[in-house]
Write a protein that binds this ligand. Structure first.
Ligand code: MSP
Length: 511
C-alpha cells in the first residue's frame, strides 16, 4: 500500500479578492502536493474559503449584497484564481457548506460530551475584526492591532460559551517538546513555545445574537466563533460529519501550511480542540513568511496594496508567477514582490537560461543530427553525475519543505548545461568528422539532462516541465513517479526531439 500524504492550506477569508499573499501559500502547498505525488504517494490536497464572521458579513453589506450571494461570488473568484495558477487541489472546502456546518456542530458536541471543556462565562475585552480574534491589552500597540492598524479594535462584553483552552497548555508543551517537527520552521516553534510557557487563557467560542456563522445546536440564537468554525475545515473537507472513507484514510494531516500570522491558531487552539474532541493531532504545521509589497509592507486588503494573481498569470503565464514566488523567496522568510522583480526573473532565468538551453539543444539536434541525438558515442559521466546529485539535493530540500532550495537544485542542471555548451563549443566539434561520436554523446546528454531537470521542475513550473518533456521526446514522463523518471538513460536511442516556439517569448519593452 502506498504512503499517504494529506496537505492543507489555510482557508482564505472571502471579504476581499484573492491576492498574491494567498497565492503564495496555495502555490507552495501545490508544489509540495505535486512533489509527494511524484514520489508515488497517495495525496490529498485541501484548500478552500473561510466565509463566516463579522469581517465577511461587513464586506457583503458594504457591497450591498445578500451575504450568501456575496460569499458565493467571492469563493468562485478564489477557485478561479487557483485554477488559473494550476493549483492542483483535490478538495475545495467552503465553510458555508452543509457538510462543514455539521462537522463543526459535531466537534462541539463531542467536546461537550467528553468532559467539561465547554462552560459558561463572560467575555469582556478588545476584539480585532481583521484577525477575528480577541486581543489582550498587551498585544495592542497604541490601542491598535499591529497586523491591522487601519481597523479600530472593538470593545466586546458578552455572556458566552467558553472552551477550556488553559487545560491543554501542559499537554501541548509536552507534545512540542517530544515532537520537534510539529511546528516548523524553528522560529515559529520558538514563538509557539513562548506563548505556551506564558500560559493560555480560556477562549470564548460563541457569538450571541444573529451572527453570520454556524448555529450552536444546544444554544439557541448563538453561533460558533469564526476561528473555532474555520479550523474544523481540515476534517470537514474530508467528510468527517458523514464518517467518510476519505476522512479515515487521510486524517491526521501530514502538513498544515499556513502563514506566520496564524501559526498559533494552528499550533495551540486547533490541537487543543482535537484533543478535547478525542481526535488525532496533525503531524506538522509549517508557518511560512509573507509576500511584501515594495517598501516592505505585507500584501493585504486592509493595507490596500494587493496584486491580482489572475491578471499576473494572464500577462506572464502561471509558471513565471510560480517560479518567482517559489524561487525568489527563501521559504519560511518574507520576500518582496514587484512586477519589475518578476520581469527580471522571467528574462534572466526562464527565458535566458532555461528557454535558451532548450532552444539551443533542439536546434543543434536538428542541425547536426536531423533531430535524433543518438547516444552512439562515449558516455557523459559528468552530466549523469550532475543529474544524480541534483536529484538527491532536490529530494533532501523538498523533504525539509525548503522549496526555494528544491527549485535551485533542479536549476543547477540548467545552469551547468548552459555553461557546458559555452565551454565545449559543440559547433566547433561538429566541424570535425573525427569527433562525431563525441558530439552525439553530448547532444544526447543535453537532452537527457534537460529531461531530468524537467522532471525535477514539475512541482514548481508544471506547464513548462511538461513542454520540455514533450520537446525532448519524453511526454510520458510527465507526472510519472520520480523513482523511474529521474534515472539516467531513459531517452530511448532514436527518439526525435520536437522543435517548437520559444517557451518564454521576450517581454515587451516597458512603455
Ligand atoms: N481565514 C483565516 C484562516 C483560517 S484557517 C483555518 C485567514 N484568512 S486570510 O485570508 O487572512 O489568510 C489566508 C492565508 O493567507 C493565511 O495563511 C495568511 O497567512 C496568508 N496570507 C495572507 N496575506 C499574506 C501575505 N501577504 N503573504 C503570505 N501569506 C499571507 O487568516
Amino acid at each position: 500500500m502506498s504512503r499517504r500524504f494529506y496537505i492543507t492550506t489555510a482557508i482564505d477569508y472571502v471579504n476581499g479578492r484573492p491576492h498574491l499573499g494567498h497565492t503564495y501559500e496555495k502555490v507552495a502547498a501545490d508544489a509540495l502536493a505535486r512533489y509527494h505525488r511524484l514520489l508515488g504517494e497517495e495525496v490529498c490536497f485541501l484548500t478552500g474559503t473561510d466565509e463566516h464572521g463579522t469581517k465577511v458579513a461587513r464586506a457583503a453589506e458594504a457591497d450591498g449584497m445578500d451575504v450568501q450571494a456575496f460569499v458565493d461570488r467571492q469563493a468562485a473568484a478564489f477557485r478561479a484564481a487557483w485554477d488559473a495558477l494550476d493549483v492542483s487541489y483535490d478538495v475545495f472546502v467552503r465553510t458555508t457548506e452543509d457538510r462543514h456546518a455539521r462537522a463543526v456542530q459535531q466537534v462541539l458536541e463531542r467536546i461537550r460530551d467528553r468532559g467539561d471543556d465547554l462552560f459558561e462565562g463572560t467575555y469582556e475585552g478588545w476584539y480585532c475584526v481583521g484577525c477575528e480574534a480577541y486581543k489582550p491589552d498587551k498585544d495592542l500597540v497604541d490601542g491598535r492591532c499591529p497586523d491591522h492598524p487601519t481597523l479600530d479594535p472593538r470593545w466586546v462584553k458578552e455572556d458566552n460559551l467558553f472552551f477550556r483552552l488553559s487545560r491543554f497548555r501542559d499537554g501541548l508543551l509536552a507534545h512540542l517538546e517530544a515532537n520537534p517537527g510539529f511546528v516548523q520552521p524553528e522560529t515559529r516553534r520558538n514563538e509557539v513555545l513562548a506563548v505556551l510557557r506564558g500560559g493560555l487563557e480560556d477562549l470564548s467560542v460563541s457569538r450571541e445574537g444573529l451572527g453570520w456563522g454556524v448555529p450552536i445546536p444546544f444554544r439557541p440564537g448563538a453561533t460558533v466563533y469564526v476561528w473555532f468554525d474555520a479550523l474544523v475545515n481540515y476534517v470537514s473537507g474530508l467528510g468527517f460529519a458523514d464518517g467518510d472513507e476519505r476522512f479515515r484514510r487521510f486524517w491526521p494531516a501530514d502538513l498544515h501550511l499556513v502563514g506566520k500570522d496564524i501559526t498559533r491558531f494552528h499550533c495551540i487552539i486547533w490541537p487543543a480542540m482535537l484533543l478535547a474532541a478525542g481526535l488525532e493531532l496533525p503531524r506538522a504545521v509549517y508557518g511560512h513568511g509573507w509576500v511584501l509589497a515594495t517598501g516592505g509592507q505585507r500584501e493585504s486588503k486592509s493595507a490596500g496594496n494587493v496584486t491580482d494573481p489572475v491578471a499576473l498569470a494572464e500577462q506572464y503565464g502561471p509558471d513565471p508567477v510560480r517560479y518567482f514566488l517559489l524561487g525568489a523567496i527563501p521559504f519560511g522568510k518574507d520576500g518582496e514582490f514587484s512586477r519589475a522583480r518578476l520581469e527580471e526573473k522571467y528574462t534572466s532565468a526562464l527565458a535566458n537560461e532555461l528557454g535558451n538551453l532548450l532552444s539551443r539543444t533542439l536546434n543543434m539536434a536538428e542541425k547536426y543530427r536531423a533531430g535524433v541525438p543518438d547516444p552512439d558515442g562515449r558516455p557523459e559521466p559528468g552530466i549523469e553525475d550532475l543529474c544524480a546529485r541534483a536529484t538527491f539535493a532536490w529530494r533532501e530540500a523538498m523533504d525539509r519543505h525548503q522549496l526555494d532550495e528544491g527549485l535551485q537544485a533542479a536549476w543547477n542542471i540548467v545552469s551547468t548545461l548552459n555553461n557546458l555548451i559555452q565551454s565545449r563549443e559543440p559547433w566547433k566539434v561538429a566541424k570535425d568528422p573525427a569527433r562525431e561520436r563525441e558530439l552525439s554523446a553530448f547532444l544526447y546528454a543535453l537532452c537527457e539532462g534537460l529531461r531530468i531537470a524537467a522532471v525535477l521542475l514539475q512541482p514548481f513550473v508544471p506547464r513548462t516541465a511538461r513542454a520540455v518533456l514533450e520537446r525532448v521526446g519524453a511526454p510520458g514522463d510527465y507526472a510519472a513517479p520520480v523513482a523511474v523518471t529521474a534515472t539516467w538513460g531513459r531517452l530511448v536511442p532514436g527518439t526525435a526531439v520536437v522543435k517548437g516556439e520559444p517557451l518564454f517569448p521576450r517581454l515587451p519593452e516597458p512603455a
